[in-house]
Design a protein around this ligand. Structure first.
Ligand code: FES
Length: 171
C-alpha cells in the first residue's frame, strides 16, 4: 500500500509536468520557424551550377578580345537581383579561351580593350592610366599591381558559360 502511494503522482506534480510539457511544446513551436528563418540561406541549395550562359557561341570568338555581356542572379541573404556583368573574351594561341574581368585591379574602374590610340592592343584603364597586356598582365610602372582577374568558364553545346572571376597573382 505504501509502495502504491509512492508511485502516485500528486496533483501538484501532475500540473508541473503538464505545464512544463505544454510550455516546452509551445516554445519549440515558436522557436522553430525563427531558427529556420535565420539559417534559411545556409540551407538553400547552391544556385544551379556556378556558371551562367552568356549566350555567346564560342565559334564567334577570335584572337581579338570581345566584350561579352551576361547577367547573373545574385542572392544576398534574402534579397535576389539580376546583376549585369561584362567579360573580355578571346581565344589564345593554343585555342583555349580566356575570359578577363574588366575590373581594374587598382581601384575598380572599367578597363577597355584597344580603346586608347596611344596604347594599341592593350587593356587601358582611363581612371589613372592603368595598362594591361592582352593576357591581362598588368604593365609595371602603371598603377595596377595585379593582373586582371579571369572568369572560370565552361562550354556547353557550343555556348560559353562563365563562372566566378578568380584573381590572379602577379606574374
Ligand atoms: S582604377 Fe584603374 S588605374 Fe586606377
Amino acid at each position: 500500500m505504501s509502495q502504491d502511494k509512492k508511485n502516485q503522482v500528486s496533483r501538484r506534480q501532475f500540473l508541473n509536468y503538464t505545464l512544463t510539457g505544454v510550455g516546452g511544446f509551445m516554445a519549440a513551436g515558436m522557436l522553430a520557424p525563427m531558427v529556420r528563418f535565420a539559417i534559411d540561406p545556409v540551407l538553400q541549395p547552391k544556385a544551379q551550377g556556378d556558371y551562367v550562359s552568356t549566350g555567346k557561341s564560342v565559334d564567334e570568338l577570335t584572337s581579338e578580345p570581345q566584350r561579352v555581356d551576361f547577367t547573373i542572379r545574385q542572392v544576398d541573404a534574402w534579397y535576389e537581383s539580376d546583376v549585369s556583368k561584362v567579360a573580355w573574351v578571346y581565344k589564345q594561341e593554343d585555342g583555349s579561351i580566356l575570359a578577363l574581368s574588366p575590373t581594374c585591379t587598382h581601384l575598380g574602374c572599367f578597363v577597355g580593350w584597344n580603346d586608347n590610340e596611344n596604347y594599341p592592343n592593350m587593356f587601358y584603364c582611363p581612371c589613372h592610366d592603368g595598362l594591361y597586356e592582352k593576357s591581362g598582365k598588368n604593365v609595371p610602372g602603371t598603377p595596377p599591381t595585379a593582373p586582371l582577374a579571369a572568369f572560370e568558364h565552361d562550354v556547353k553545346d557550343g555556348i560559353l558559360y562563365l563562372g566566378k572571376a578568380i584573381p590572379r597573382e602577379e606574374a
